[in-house]
Structure formats: C-alpha cells, structure tokens
Design a protein around this ligand. Structure first.
Ligand code: SF4
Ligand code: SF4
Length: 449
C-alpha cells in the first residue's frame, strides 16, 4: 500500500533534542535563527547519541521542555515554519568506508524505532557483530517512497550490504512476515551477487544458519510469523538465529545487530542522496477516513495529522505506537518523533473502561503467551508485591506483547501488573548476573544458528 505525504505544512514543528536512548543532543541554534530543511539543529555530545535536524524552513522561536509521545517532557527546538522548501545542500557519499558509514549514521541522525542510535547497534563499544538482521516483520512499508515493490526489495538488499559493511559483519538477513505476500513476491527472485534470491521460511529449528548453508550465500531473506511487543529484540533474535540472549543483555551481546526497515532506508538515503533523517512514515489507524500510511516531517504535532483526516465521531483517545503496548496521549500537541510508528484514534464509545473481575482460571492468557509464561499467576504475584516469586517465574522474559490482557475475559490489567513488577525487579536486581531461561517455547538448539 502506498503512503501519502501530509500535504499541509504545520505552522510549527517541535523537534525533541533526544529522540534516542543515550545522551541528549546539544542545541546548536538559538531563538531567532532561521533554519532550512535538513539543517542540523542538535549535535551529539557522546558516542551514544544521534544528531537531530530541522524538517522545515522557519524561525526558531524557543528551546524549551515540551510534551513528548513517550509521556515525558523533553527539551525541544520549536520552529515557526515558512512556506519555503529550501534545503541545505545534500551531498551523496561515494563508496564510503566502514568508518565513514558509522560517522554518516550519527551525522544523519539515524536511530532505531526502539530508540538505540543505529551506529551503536552496528558498532557497540567492546563487542563484535557477525550478523545483521533487518526486521521487516512489523512493516508493510512497501509503499513509502518506492516506485515498485521490486525497488523496495533491491533497496533493502543494498541497505543491508551497507549495514553489514558498517558493522563488519560477514552475514546478513532480512526477515519478513510469512503472511506478507506483497513483500514475499517483492523479494522472490531479486538478484544478490549474481544469484536469484529465494525467500526461506523459518520453521522450528530450521533457522538462518540452515539457510546460509543451504543457499551457500551470506545474505538470506527469511519469513516467519509476526512477533510484536515492546521488548521483542531478544526473543526475535533467538527465534531466527537460535542464539539465546540472557536477561539484562541485548542481541549485540550475542553478536547480532537488529535494525528496522526505516533505519535501513534512512541509511540508504543518507549515502545515495546525502539526506539526513528528518521525515518518517507512520501508520494512522482507527475510525478514520484517510490514508493508512503517511509520510510526515519529524516534529509535526499530532493535531496537524489529525486535522488532515476525517475522523468519524468524537475522539476519545489518541494512542502512540499501538493499542496494546503504546502510550495514551494527554495532549494532541505532542510531535511525531523518530520513534513514532503509529497513531491510533479511538472514539469515546471505543474506549474500554470495563472494571476488572476475578480470574476465572480459564488459562486463555497462558495459551496466548508466546514465551510460555503464566500471566495469570504473574499478575497475582505482582499485585501482591511478591517480586522475588515473579522473578523465579521468569517474568523478565515477558516481551510485553499484551496478548494475555487482550484475551482475558475478566479484563484483568495483566500487562500493567507485569510491567509494574518488572520495573521493581530491574531496580532491585540492577547488579545481578545475566541469567538464562529454560522457559522459551520455540526451538531447542541453544547457541546454534
Ligand atoms: S506475559 Fe503477556 S505480555 Fe508478557 S509475553 Fe506473555 S502474553 Fe505477552
Ligand atoms: S485469561 Fe484472565 S481470567 Fe483467564 S486465567 Fe488468565 S487472568 Fe485468569
């Protein structure tokens, strides 16, 4: 499905100086300055940070703390826009070296939607990456800026090669969803180093390692079921590679860099067009009569996006980044950031305000849990503050997908209770050694690809 550009230029944009995990950027503009599209306005002060750029032409009116979709206030550059579409000169980079690519990523402000600056995922300090994954399972972003599906596929392969070069990894893979027929058709037959590509299904213990050998190649495109949730990285990595990531660690600890479609595309654009990361594609969903995918400038207030669509009814709730794991917004003044993937609108009637009832022990939550936890028990223990017992039951492996709460007929706030316990445990066991679970459901080939 093709994405449409938000036509109206917002009167003002709010560009947070921290749209990533790590250190906040230092503002390099001041009140009264005139800025152009793509101009750097915030600069990294450490390796774990990523620059920010203006998405409009206009005048900086203030630099102040402003509401952010993550629920906090973040120091942001506020710009009153003009109609001009003048950009700073975009200079493509010819044949960049590995070190150049890392610098390009930080300079172009490329970050993962889950927050990590992409260059820190590819070159984490003190760790070596040997496999790069592009997780395209949560993305139907086949429209976007691509003329055809095949162009999408070939650009993704080119982006994967750039990511592999930047990380010095020898192998790379793109993971798509097994029911995403559009993407499967797009990748099937694409030429990689003179060979026609075949999309390989991840089935049980037939993981990437099997297909690297079977296809005798260093680049594979594989399909699997969609995994969604807030903390899916470790589970996703295990599912496609068989490498177990201990609690408190992330995929880079087992030599895997997981990137998204958006950051891969942003790197491709930064290298081939010299463009920094100042616009993004979001999904707009709910009771709306407007394009599902929208290309918007980073910093655009939610209210400008909502004005551009016909909402049938009175808005009861605005949610950033998904109904199950996202954050309900208390104001429509919050801006789109690099971490915004979707905006969901609910009518007043749709907003569920049911009271929780007692657990009827139906075990639907147990059946629904993709990582074989016992959500009904965990929620009771969390509610009673019995965090040690939650920990013994591997609560830290919850990927916060929310399926348990979704299927619960008693409307118990299972996910909130689990998050509450996880936060308490993280605080209490900060110094604890990483621990492996024997509780993961899928596969058994520990440590193998
Ligand atoms: S406990 Fe609930 S939220 Fe956590 S992984 Fe299982 S189903 Fe998902
Ligand atoms: S789905 Fe709800 S009611 Fe059923 S066992 Fe789980 S917590 Fe209890």
């Amino acid at each position: 499905m093709e994405s449409k550009r938000l036509k109206k230029i917002p009167e003002k944009v709010i560009i947070p100086l921290k749209q990533h995990l790590g250190t906040i950027c230092k503002p390099i503009v001041k009140k009264g300055d005139h800025v152009l599209i793509g101009q750097k306005i915030g600069e990294s002060v450490s390796y774990c940070s990523s620059d920010v750029h203006s998405s409009v032409c206009g005048e900086v009116t203030s630099i102040e703390e402003y509401p952010n979709p993550n629920g906090n206030k973040v120091l942001s550059v506020i710009i009153n826009t003009t109609d001009s579409q003048e950009t700073v000169p975009f200079v493509p980079k010819k044949n960049p070296s590995q070190k150049d690519l890392i610098a390009i990523m930080q300079d172009a402000g490329i970050v993962e939607h889950y927050g990590a600056p992409t260059h820190t995922v590819l070159k984490p300090e003190g760790k070596k990456i040997d496999l790069v994954l592009i997780n395209a399972t949560a993305s139907e972003w086949i429209g976007g800026k691509y003329a055809t599906p095949k162009e999408y596929a070939s650009q993704m392969i080119a982006a994967l090669k750039l990511l592999m070069k930047a990380s010095e990894a020898v192998k790379g893979a793109i993971i798509i969803r097994k029911d995403d027929k559009e993407s499967i058709d797009a990748f099937e037959g694409v030429q990689v180093d003179g060979k026609a590509l075949r999309v390989a299904p991840i089935l049980g213990t037939r993981r990437l390692g099997h297909y690297f050998k079977d296809q005798n190649t260093n680049i594979v495109v594989a399909s699997q079921q969609r995994i969604y949730g807030k903390n899916i990285l470790n589970f996703f990595t295990y599912n496609v590679t068989g490498r177990k990531v201990s609690v408190g660690c992330n995929p880079t600890d087992v030599g895997v860099a997981v990137c998204g479609v958006k950051s891969a595309k942003a790197l491709y654009d930064a290298v081939h067009e010299g463009k920094p990361y100042y616009e993004t594609v979001i999904t707009l969903e709910g009771t709306v009569d407007c394009p599902q995918f929208m290309l918007v400038r980073i910093g655009t207030p939610f209210k400008d996006i909502l004005e551009g669509c016909n909402f049938n009814g009175e808005i009861g709730k605005i949610i950033a980044n998904g109904v199950i794991t996202g954050v309900a917004q208390y104001t429509n003044e919050v801006p789109v950031t690099k971490g915004t993937t979707r905006i969901t609108l609910q009518t007043k009637e749709e907003v569920i305000r049911d009271e929780s009832l007692a657990c009827i022990h139906c075990a639907r939550c147990v059946d629904a849990c993709p990582v074989s936890l016992i959500p009904s028990r965990l929620s009771v223990l969390a509610d009673q503050g019995r965090f040690d017992e939650c920990r013994q039951m591997h609560i830290q492996f919850c990927i916060e997908c929310g399926r348990c709460a979704f299927v619960c007929p008693s409307k118990i706030h299972i996910l909130q209770l689990i998050r509450y316990a996880k936060n308490a445990i993280e605080g209490a066991y900060e110094d604890a050694a990483p621990k492996e679970s024997s509780n993961l459901k899928i596969g058994c080939s520990c440590g193998s690809e």
